[in-house]
Design a protein around this ligand. Structure first.
Ligand code: NAP
Length: 486
């Protein structure tokens, strides 16, 4: 192994997580770090998801860094180009560019027990070394390919919604869309008017609520610029409105019956065909899968040139999709809007901790960590957006900032104590996760549906089971007793 370049911190990924970690390190006076980004630009999921209509379903005044409020959002719910531009601005404004290394895919990381350092292999060749390793790879970075027989035999155009091929013109094409999640409800209204016809293959109907979206007028924006207090106030109002929804998700799932009424009224208002309405009526408790918001998805499905196919898919043929009733649906293009590998594989490369154990081995029965950040057996390793720190009800950027705060506190404590290793005690991890899984048992996510929140065995490894206020409080300071400081 060649002599590796040494740093204090290596950050993997330049999405919101990696950028936040980098910014906060700089603010703490730590300049000896690198951000490794596998792609040729920064932005993570907001760089990759460029499908027509891509945007955020959390209001922008909350879906942004608390330390970099943006008075210039053009809509309540910003679109992908605007969010991505915001991330680029943050990278510039906080002087991160010199720390970012593009086209650097981490292929392996191993903890060197003699030196108490992480050795990180990049692009299968070069090695870097650092005291601390921070993963910001996120949960929605690896598209999920559906296990539909015959997929590779298809001879038309095939792509995933998170890898949109903008060189392929859908105008007047026969298009099939597989999946009816957050991505499809955004892209369908934008592609249906172009295509000759579009068939959407639905396995499970999503619950959909109206989207309270609107333009933010130039007058409002100038007020936000002039009076930052108003921007702060807008953020607070959105935060607390979203925060109370935890009551329905975790504490009293019965509340969801009331919200279901609102969603069904929305469906009734937007669809006139009773057969279509029946197909679109979910048969599981609202909230069990991610609740979606849209004002134009149902309308798009009502178009004459759009069909909603609910007969299960049998296989993909060279020319299209065959459903189980034996009908062949021919397409020029098939779009896989089948989501991401969120619950099963959180770290997409070999990460080797103490005793040569890989993280994937340690997580054979489902990923778990302390507050989604640290894992026993993997000293000096931190995750942003790790296991059970996702949300069904509010902004992930709030969680990211909490986690970065916790990581900085751990690093500071290590420096103060003059130790080389921070290692989570296995007992602390076990107790934390027993309590977490216990709390999840009565949540709406356990009410009987299948979702990407769970592993195949049904363990919820993605979601935080409470208020984000609680999470913020628990990540304010590292509990020293949970760790060995060596
Ligand atoms: P998703 O919510 O996981 O939806 C995937 C869809 O594909 C589901 O309808 C699923 O059906 C279907 N599917 C999967 N495998 C299939 C198969 N073999 N045959 C037929 N259908 C299949 O994925 P997504 O829409 O890309 O969204 C993923 C997550 O990304 C979201 O929940 C959200 O967190 C994030 N996202 C956010 C936004 C935003 O506005 N902030 C926008 C897009 C995405 P089943 O339901 O039956 O499994």
């Amino acid at each position: 192994m060649n002599e590796a370049a040494r740093h204090q911190v290596i950050i993997i990924g330049s999405g919101f997580a990696g950028l936040c970690m980098g910014i906060r390190l700089r603010q703490a006076g730590i300049e000896d770090f690198v951000i490794l980004e596998q792609a040729d630009d920064i932005g993570g999921t907001w760089r990759d998801n460029t499908y027509p209509g891509a945007g955020c379903d959390v209001p922008s005044h909350l879906y942004s860094f608390s330390f970099a409020p943006n008075p210039d959002w053009s809509r309540m719910f910003a679109s992908q180009p605007e969010i991505w531009a915001y991330m680029q601005q943050c990278a510039d404004r906080f002087g991160l560019r010199p720390f970012i290394r593009l086209n650097q895919r981490v292929t392996r990381a191993e903890f060197d027990e003699t030196e108490d350092q992480w050795r990180v292999q990049v692009n299968g060749e070069a090695w870097l070394q650092a005291r601390f390793l921070v993963s910001g790879v996120g949960a929605l970075s690896r598209p999920a390919q559906p296990d539909i027989p015959g997929l590779s035999s298809y001879t038309g155009k095939l792509f995933h919604s998170a890898r949109w091929d903008h060189n392929y013109d859908l105008t007047a094409k026969k298009v099939g869309v597989i999946g009816t999640g957050a991505s499809t409800i955004q892209l369908l209204p934008n592609i249906a008017p172009l295509a000759a016809y579009t068939t959407v293959f639905q396995r499970t109907p999503p619950w959909i609520l109206p989207k309270p979206d609107r333009m933010i007028s130039p007058m409002e924006r100038s007020l936000y610029r002039r009076y930052p207090f108003l921007l702060w106030l807008s953020r607070q109002v959105i935060y607390w409105v979203l925060e109370w929804r935890v009551m329905g998700f975790v504490l009293h799932p019965g509340v969801m019956k009331l919200v279901e009424k609102k969603a069904l009224a929305h469906l009734t208002r937007q669809t006139t065909d009773p057969a279509l309405r029946a197909k679109l009526t979910p048969q599981y408790t609202l909230g069990c899968k991610r609740v979606l918001i849209s004002n134009d998805y149902y309308q798009a499905l009502g178009r004459k040139d759009v069909a909603l196919e609910t007969t299960p898919i049998d296989r993909v043929t060279p020319s299209g999709v065959r459903t189980r009733d034996g009908v062949d649906h021919e397409f020029d293009a098939i779009i896989l809007a089948t989501g991401f590998q969120a619950a099963e594989a959180v770290i997409p490369f070999d990460l080797i901790g103490l005793g040569g154990v890989s993280l994937n081995q340690a997580w054979e029965d489902g990923a778990e960590a302390m507050l989604g950040v640290t894992v026993s057996g993997f000293p000096n390793f931190f995750m942003v957006v790790g296991p059970n720190s996702g949300l069904g009800h509010s902004s992930m950027i709030f969680m990211i900032e909490s986690q970065v705060n916790y990581i900085l506190d751990a690093m500071n404590k290590a420096r103060e104590l003059g130790v080389r290793q921070i290692h989570l005690r296995s007992r602390a991890q076990r107790l934390f996760n027993e309590s977490l899984q216990h709390r999840l048992q009565r949540s709406v996510w356990k009410s009987g549906c299948q979702s990407w929140y769970q592993t195949k065995s049904g363990k919820i490894t993605t979601l935080w089971p409470g208020f984000t206020v609680e999470y913020r409080r628990r990540t304010r300071k590292v509990n020293e007793a949970d760790y060995e400081w060596l």
